[in-house]
Design a protein around this ligand. Sequence first.
Ligand code: THU
Length: 135
Amino acid sequence: MTDIDWESLRNAARRVASSAYAPYSKLSVGAAALVVDGRIVVGCNVENASYGLTLCAECGLVSNLHSSGGGRLVAVTVVAGDGEQLTPCGRCRQLLLEHGGPECALDAPGGITTIGAILPGAFDTEELEGRRRPT
Ligand code: THU
């Protein structure tokens, strides 16, 4: 975790937060992640009049990850419009687990942690594979 440039990652998240479409909650969110090949991918939240269709910043980030070549997330930061770290919502913890695994570093409000630490006992692909009905 020591060679991650968290300040650059936070700045990328702060920049993309300014593109958020959040007329309902008025909470702009930006997410930025370091990919295993060194790329930085970002995303911002995009709300909807039907509220439940809102896309979190992490959703945009994951779409950006795959549309720019895929790969594993190594480190993630999520910030609000005030520039400070924001803890990912429950759904996005699962989303980040899928694309970064439990060891993926997370810039949480209380300090650097991992996705696994904030989503203990997660349902993952291993569980899915092991529990499928026989074909
Ligand atoms: N939001 C995110 O973008 N990511 C999170 O992890 C937490 C919540 C957004 C969704 C919505 O647009 C706004 O913050 C308020 O919930």
